[in-house]
Design a protein around this ligand. Structure first.
Ligand SMILES: [Zn+2]
Length: 318
C-alpha cells in the first residue's frame, strides 16, 4: 500500500431548509491520501452526545500530519438542530414526524426534514467501505462498541476499536424503542461494515471516553490499512449479546437505584436493582429486578421514571 500525506478540506453540505427558508448544513471534513478505502465517521446524531465531537477534534490533529491510503470522511456534528438546542432529539418544531434522526436512515429526499437530512448524508455513506457512528448514553452507559453478531467485517471493526466490551445483536434495530431506521441498520443492510460506539455518558465531556474514542478510531483506521502502522493489540474484549429483556418501570415514580451497583457489574437473574417509590405518599411501587444474569450496560440515573421507561439494560455472555 502506498501512503501519501493527507490533504484536508472542509465543505459545508446543505441538508435542508427550515420553515423560514434558512438553510441547515453540516461541516464535512475530508482527509485524502493515496488510493485506498473510504471510512465514514459521524457523531452527535443526538444533540447531547458530546464525547464523539470531542474525539473527532483530536482525530483531526492526528490525521492532518499523517500519511494515509484512502479517504476519511468526518462529520463532527451531524444533528446541528438538536446540538444547538442541547436536546437529545430534534425539537418537534422542526420535524413533527420524525424527532429522532437515528430512526430515519437511509432517509428520504422527499420526506420530513430529518429524512431529507439523512438522505443527503447517505450520498456520502453509501460508497464507504466502513462506517462509524459515535454516541453516548443518557442513562449511565458502559463504554462499549456495538455491531451485528456474525458479521465478520463489522466484528473486525469492533475489535479494532478496542473498548473493553463489545455488545452484539442479531439485528441493528435495537434503539431504546426497538424501532428500525438506525444508521447502523441501514449501513449493514447496504453491505457496509459498521459499528456504533457508546462513549460513556451524555451532556459532558469525559476525557477517558474521548481518549477511548480517538484511539479506537485510529486503531480501526490501521486495521483497515488507511493508516500505515500495525493495529495495536488490545486486551481481549468481553463479548456480550444484547438479547436480554430490558428492565423497565412497571409503575411511574422515583427510581432509587441500589447504591452499590454500577454499569459493568454482573448481576443475577432476579437480583434486586432498586425500587420505584411514589414520592408523595412514600409508597413502594415496584421492586426492580434483573431480567437475566448478565452485565449491566445502561442504568437510569435520571430518577423520575414513567411506566414503560427503561431502567437498566443487561447484556448476556455470548
Ligand atoms: Zn445517541
Amino acid at each position: 500500500m502506498d501512503y501519501t500525506a493527507v490533504t484536508h478540506t472542509t465543505t459545508d453540505r446543505r441538508l435542508g431548509r427550515l420553515p423560514s427558508g434558512r438553510a441547515v448544513s453540516v461541516t464535512v471534513h475530508r482527509y485524502v491520501g493515496s488510493p485506498g478505502p473510504t471510512v465514514y465517521i459521524q457523531a452527535a446524531q443526538h444533540g447531547i452526545e458530546l464525547n464523539g465531537p470531542a474525539a473527532l477534534r483530536r482525530l483531526h490533529d492526528r490525521l492532518t500530519d499523517a500519511a494515509i491510503a484512502g479517504t476519511v470522511l468526518v462529520i463532527p456534528v451531524v444533528n446541528q438542530l438538536a446540538f444547538d438546542h442541547r436536546s437529545y432529539m430534534t425539537p418537534g418544531e422542526y420535524d413533527v414526524m420524525n424527532p429522532n434522526l437515528n430512526r430515519v436512515w437511509p432517509g428520504d429526499e422527499s420526506g420530513s426534514l430529518q429524512e431529507q437530512f439523512a438522505a443527503r448524508l447517505w450520498e456520502l455513506v453509501k460508497d464507504a467501505d466502513a462506517a462509524v457512528d459515535l454516541h453516548t448514553g443518557t442513562a449511565d452507559m458502559l463504554e462499549h462498541v456495538r455491531c451485528r453478531a456474525g458479521d465478520p467485517a463489522a466484528e473486525r471493526l469492533a475489535e479494532a476499536f478496542g473498548t473493553s466490551y463489545r455488545i452484539t445483536d442479531e439485528s441493528e434495530d435495537t434503539g431504546d424503542d426497538g424501532s428500525g431506521g438506525t444508521f447502523r441498520a441501514a449501513a449493514a443492510a447496504a453491505g457496509i461494515p459498521v459499528i456504533t460506539a457508546e462513549l460513556s455518558n451524555s451532556r459532558r465531556i469525559a476525557q477517558d471516553a474521548v481518549a477511548a474514542g480517538v484511539d479506537g478510531i485510529q486503531n480501526l483506521l490501521r486495521e483497515w490499512a488507511v493508516l500505515p502502522a500495525e493495529p495495536e493489540s488490545k486486551a481481549a474484549q468481553t463479548v456480550l449479546r444484547n438479547d436480554a429483556e430490558p428492565v423497565t418501570a412497571s409503575e411511574s415514580g422515583l427510581f432509587e437505584c441500589r447504591p452499590d451497583i454500577a454499569v459493568g457489574d454482573t448481576v443475577d437473574a432476579g437480583e434486586r436493582l432498586g425500587t420505584v417509590y411514589e414520592p408523595s405518599s412514600f409508597e413502594q411501587q415496584q421492586v426492580v429486578s434483573a431480567t437475566e444474569r448478565g452485565v449491566i450496560f445502561s442504568l437510569a440515573k435520571e430518577s423520575v421514571v414513567v411506566k414503560g421507561e427503561r431502567l437498566a439494560g443487561i447484556a448476556t455472555p455470548r
